[in-house]
Design a protein around this ligand. Structure first.
Ligand code: ZN
Length: 243
């Protein structure tokens, strides 16, 4: 009897440990350690990650005083409301709390078959402006192309790196397709004013939701050649910057 009571809970355990290595790599539709496969199509679950939070404010605009963690959370909620009719959405955080990056990865890996979209705003030299999209896994490239196109369509600026393949903890380490979006530069006073505007954040959310819908409907079609697989270890906080 005791065994029967425990069984239902076992069914909800992840099929694969978040820290599992290459030997536990699974095939399409679920967790995949390396991500060397086509981009997802027909997925129903979107994990929305509002970057930073709690003691970690992220960037802070010197012109508007806005904190990145607040802009990220607002954008995340707007994206959730855009998607909620057609997808199951899962919020990494719904309030102002700190979550370690590795814990975010572990959380995302509890949802095989989902995609992870991490939302941020950028900071850098005052001349840099516009949205950027970071990705690493082969199965995340199409989604990255779609998200970057979508954000650019509603952003008047584009003096930046655009779409970048970079091994970050939230682009390399999750075992599901994942992208990290930088919605614009808070360090540029013109763009900071835009990011501070709810109507602009709403436009961004609608654009990103459109990109996600397109990826779910079409897979990688129309997003260019599939990139080469790069075998690389998980990203660690001790890695050199940009490595
Ligand atoms: Zn950030």
């Amino acid at each position: 009897m005791r065994f029967l009571l425990i069984l239902p809970f076992l069914a909800f355990l992840p099929s694969c440990s978040p820290t599992a290595g290459p030997s536990s790599s699974s095939t399409s539709g679920g967790l995949d350690y390396w991500g060397n496969r086509p981009g997802p199509q027909g997925f129903r679950t979107v994990i929305i990650d509002a970057g930073h939070g709690g003691k970690d404010s992220g960037a802070v605009s010197s012109s508007t005083g806005q904190k990145e963690k607040d802009a990220n959370l607002d954008l995340a909620k707007r994206l959730q409301s855009e998607l909620s009719g057609s997808f199951r959405t899962v919020m990494m955080r719904s309030d102002d709390r700190f979550i370690d990056l590795d814990d975010r990865v572990d959380f995302a890996n509890r949802y095989p078959g989902a995609i992870l979209v991490s939302l941020h705003f950028n900071a850098g030299s005052s001349s840099r402006k516009g949205p950027e999209t970071y990705w690493w896994r082969v199965d995340s490239h199409g989604l990255a192309v779609r998200c970057q196109r979508a954000m650019k369509s509603v952003a008047p600026y584009s003096a930046n790196a655009g779409q970048v393949r970079r091994r970050l903890r939230l682009t390399r380490n999750p075992s599901i397709p994942c992208v990290l979006l930088e919605g614009g530069y808070m360090s540029n006073s013109s763009e900071a004013a835009l990011i501070n505007s709810p109507s602009h954040r709403d436009k961004l959310a609608k654009a990103i939701a459109g990109a996600i819908r397109d990826q779910a409907a079409k897979g990688d079609a129309g997003t260019g050649a599939r990139p080469a697989f790069i075998k690389a270890p998980p990203s660690r906080p001790t890695d050199a910057p940009g490595s």
